[in-house]
Design a protein around this ligand. Sequence first.
Ligand code: ADP
Ligand code: MG
Length: 627
Amino acid sequence: MTVTKKQFQAESKRLLEMMVNSIYSQKEIFLRELISNASDAIDKMYYKALSDDSVKFNKEDYYVKIVANKQDRTLTISDTGIGMTQEELEDNLGTIAKSGSLAFKKQNEAKDGYDIIGQFGVGFYSAFMVADGVTVISRAFGSDTAYKWVSEGVDGYTIEPTEKAEVGTDIILKIKESTEDDSYDEYLEENRLKSIVKKYSDFIRYPIKMTTTVQKPKEGEENEFEEVQEDETINSMVPIWRKNKNELTKEDYDNFYAEKHYGFDKPLKHIHISVDGAVRYNAILYIPESTPYDYYTKEYEKGLELYSSGVLIMNKCADLLPDYFSFVKGMVDSEDLSLNISREILQQDKQLKLIAKNIKNKIKKELQSLLKDDREAYNKFYDAFGRQLKYGMYSDFGTHKEDLQDLIMFYSSTEKKLVTLDEYVSRMPEDQKYIYYATGESNERIEKLPQTEMVADKGYEILYFTDDIDEFAIKMLMTYKEKEFKSVSSGDLGIEADEKETNEQEEKENKDLFAAMKEALSGKVSDVRASKRLKSHPVCLTADGEITIEMEKILKAMPNNEHVKADKVLEINVNHDVFNSLKAAFTSDKDKLNLYTNLLYNQALLIEGLSVEDPVEFTNDICKVMV
Ligand code: ADP
Ligand code: MG
């Protein structure tokens, strides 16, 4: 038989060029594609055996083998699958975008459970990204002759008969020479090849063997080693997510977490999902135990690994996780995804959206049950990621607050530990109108805040807000179980009318004194008032209106917010001895009143954790009182 060179079809030529240069974002995926084809070829034998009793399928006989030869610069991927006839070589490899596997799938539609990966008929050509010549030697099942298909790229291919002892296919790549810009040598390195197989093809159902060089002790001689060639299976084959939950132990899940490098910690909890509904998928998700070092930075990338029929499609599919659950690690495998030609996931994929929604609800449910059943673990989780949940409540204009309100916790003044809003509300005495909170740098500092005195004295529980985001998140929530949130520093505390009356009386009586004090502070506060919340402390600072002092602090620390200002109010405890001194100064010595007022104001600033505007003046003022 004469060997004639055949041209690729015109479209194929252009497509091949495009393919090699642009479809795949990474060169290394050529190996994924060739292994997928080999796996498909073995699958086809398996299905043949299912429908034809004369065909036996002994598992040991079916495998993929990778051999790298540095001297010849060849990389061979062999399989013991169904092979290709001369026509099939022409049809499937001579025409780009023709998928024999897709045709096979269609023919066998009736049969259940097939896992055939191929569908676009382009994967094979990715070999040309790393090879300048590809030889395919194949012997089809049921045929005595083998054929050799050879191509050096765009200019076409040749086919001729050849010898091959076993049924199956060898794909021999002539790896390109490295250039200054691109290194190809790595595709001849055992370790590099192994890691590519692990990354993309770890869960191919048949063994992927590689001949590797290992150091073995020399027989009969101590401390002497020799290099031996050994066949090693490098993939784990059975995906843990396809196994039955009952077969798996916590250790299995922990091992998978470590193997996958999801984190250096041990997972706090795993979630194994198998869904067989409108969209079919398996997933293994983890809630890590500790915060990754870069978690609260821009560098952190959320996402889950995405597999399609056991083959890795995407390392970090961000669309699968909402931001507020960005700490979740793990993977999803689905046969139902619509992939594009480079086997990447299509954005806006309907199935993907369905899966994402499903996953979100599962995570929420799991966290809720963790909260209910294992508070200690939940506290650990909350310590690591609670802030993210609160951010989630605030972000997107509060769209997710319903999902999150039962997952957040705050430190409680009475329980001395983190409590949920539900727990707080269920403890509220009947006469308590609001959910009270106080903001500050730490629990210890809030504990000492004068503003908390009255509310605490009433026996009401106060939630301590120590994260920047807390008050903003709560503002977004507005109410919980119809109860409004109220800062202990806010104007109307909603406590007891009788005290309010006495207060109004004090206010009236001392109207002129307060006016004089306000003037002494020349615009630094919008009002000076008799306090309704102080008991033992002489003074405190609160705010009228929406922006609290804590919010002002936080907003001012962000760019372009210098103008943000809380409407500050200086509150005076009229039952404190200091008040008598103020009254006395008001009638006898205006300078003294000025001095006292400024001192008290600066004290109030310090208690709030704000800095004194003029520390030198402040210390001079203190000295004036001493002498
Ligand atoms: P796809 O896998 O999407 O079908 P490919 O370009 O990867 O597309 O492969 C094209 C076709 O070539 C496959 O559908 C299959 O029919 C055939 N083929 C490729 N590799 C092998 C192989 N190792 N054994 C048998 N057939 C193969
Ligand atoms: Mg393929």
